[in-house]
Design a protein around this ligand. Structure first.
Ligand code: NIG
Ligand code: FE
Length: 424
């Protein structure tokens, strides 16, 4: 009999999110692949087999076992869009928005991203690391086992590099897998006001190569995963043309690309990002018509971020149902950031997606795991419980996975396993 390092057995449900054909689209998104009275055999960092407890306990002998009786076992959550490294907070803007001032008006008046930029430039490396480290630990407690983290609050080369160095330091201290993203094109910094093309040139000619050089000497290069590059395509941020130029230059440097598009204004950023081979297009709050079809026909994943709409007090959410009906691959992420979404919780994001975007619980879970993994180019390795994949999984305090979305506001995560090791 084959001896493995760990068997988790007796689970009321093992929810696999397994998919033979890449990211889930259409009807496949509503299938989470439930194994009742299920078990998972793990050898080292990888899953060896998933099946009924009877089969797994018959076929494998384990050095350690974990009894998951009455619990749900599911893949670790993949948070494919976050900005967890930043200085300061935006509590004053929170109160302004409660008073009726809009996010875009605050940004136009020099607050918003620019206010966090000032705090991030002023913050010592150690403070940024300490605060982001606390956020990351909370996210892991909430079940996130892989997380994308963006730069983008420096907006000058030195501070963008400081943020990237913080992201690398987080990877050295956290069991979570981190995907680093260079977002020098997050806003036009005040010193370039009225000179957006000059700032775009700085991003292309100086920052991208500095970020590339940083990446080549970082732990991320050793892992073989590429550096990602992102642009905020929006009114008062970057135009479609600037977005295209930046993403093309990033591609030429070997980076994976993606973009914030259609958050407030439909500028055609989705089309531009797809032309540049984007892995994902994110936000999609005002995406309509031909661009929905274009997304559905592409390999890119549409990442929707309902915590942003909720936080901004909006009743308008990205039309995830229309994307799914059209055949697009949809994923969910928190967008954790100090302005538009101070939310660390993937379970809460799934709860919102079910209520405001009318995703079924199964669709929300696939969107927060398998499809999110594809949004990061990691779908072959993580995001589902399948033989050969990394053993990133959760034991949840419930006997039906739909409780994960039905309840909200608490934390049902009992255990977190990363690469086969119990980290919580
Ligand atoms: O994804 N939209 C641009 N970037 C962030 C917000 C950043 C901020 O407000 O600090 C987002 O929503
Ligand atoms: Fe964002």
């Amino acid at each position: 009999m084959h001896t493995v390092s760990l068997i988790i057995h007796g689970a009321a449900q093992v929810v696999t999110c397994a998919s033979p054909n890449g990211a889930k689209r259409g009807a496949a998104l509503a299938d989470v692949g439930i194994v009742p009275d299920g078990a998972v055999a793990i050898d080292g960092e990888r899953i060896l087999a998933v099946g009924s407890s009877a089969d797994i306990l018959r076929d494998y002998h384990a050095e350690h076992t974990l009894d998951a009786a009455g619990k749900v076992v599911c893949p670790g959550f993949v948070d494919a869009h976050t900005h967890i490294v930043y200085g300061g907070h935006r509590l004053n803007e929170f109160e302004m928005r409660i008073g009726g001032v809009s996010y875009m008006d605050i940004m136009a008046a020099g607050g918003g991203i620019a206010s966090t930029m000032r705090a991030t430039r002023a913050a010592p490396f150690e403070v940024l690391l300490q605060e982001a480290g606390e956020r990351l630990e909370e996210m892991v407690r909430l079940g996130t086992t892989t997380i994308e983290i963006k730069s983008g609050y420096g907006l000058d080369t030195a501070t963008e590099l400081k943020m990237l160095a913080v992201i690398e330091a987080l990877q050295r201290q956290s069991p979570a897998d981190i995907v680093p993203t260079f977002l020098g094109a997050h806003a036009i910094p005040p010193e370039y006001a009225g000179r957006a093309d000059e700032y775009t040139a700085l991003v292309i000619e100086e920052m991208l190569s500095a970020a590339g050089a940083w990446y080549r000497g970082s732990v991320f290069a050793t892992s073989g995963r590429p550096l990602h590059a992102d642009v905020f395509c929006e009114k008062n941020a970057f135009t479609t043309d600037q977005t295209r130029r930046i993403l093309q230059a990033a591609r030429e440097q070997g980076m994976a690309v993606k973009a914030h598009v259609d958050e407030f204004t439909a500028l055609g950023g989705l089309t531009a990002a797809l032309e540049c081979g984007a892995l994902s297009v994110d936000h999609l709050d005002v995406t309509a018509g031909a661009e929905i079809t274009a997304l559905a026909k592409s390999a890119a994943v549409g990442v929707v971020l309902p915590a942003v709409n909720f936080n901004l007090g909006s009743t308008h959410y990205a039309n995830a149902r229309a994307f799914i009906e059209a055949g697009a691959a949809v994923a969910l992420a928190t967008d954790l950031n100090p302005g538009s979404a101070p939310c660390p919780s993937m379970p809460l994001v799934m709860a919102m997606a079910c209520r405001y975007q009318r995703l079924l619980p199964a669709e929300a879970l696939n969107a927060a795991t398998l499809n999110a993994a594809y949004a990061l180019g990691m779908g072959a390795d993580i995001g589902s419980l399948e033989a050969g994949k990394q053993a990133d999984l959760l034991v949840l305090d419930m006997n039906d996975y739909r409780q994960l979305m039905y309840q909200f506001g608490g934390n049902p995560v009992r255990h977190v396993l990363k690469r086969g090791r119990i980290i919580l």
